[in-house]
Design a protein around this ligand. Structure first.
Ligand code: SF4
Length: 62
């Protein structure tokens, strides 16, 4: 699995992705979600997939 991407245009900063997988997603002060660099994304594949499916604006792609 490659690094997930977040569309900052559509992210509304709801925090769902961080709640589901804080090892990979982090909400910053600008209330946008960012993908933490240097993570072995394979290790969190299922949680990342859950975040993708739970994002209310479909802002996360893998
Ligand atoms: Fe943004 Fe989607 Fe994460 Fe919510 S779940 S913070 S809208 S990327």
């Amino acid at each position: 699995m490659s690094q997930p991407k977040i569309n900052l245009e559509t992210c509304i900063g709801c925090g769902t992705c961080e709640a589901l997988c804080p090892e990979v997603f982090k909400l910053k002060e600008d209330m946008k979600a960012y993908v933490i660099e240097g993570v072995n994304y394979e290790d969190y594949q299922e949680k990342i997939q859950q975040a993708v499916e739970s994002c209310p604006t479909q802002a996360i792609t893998v």
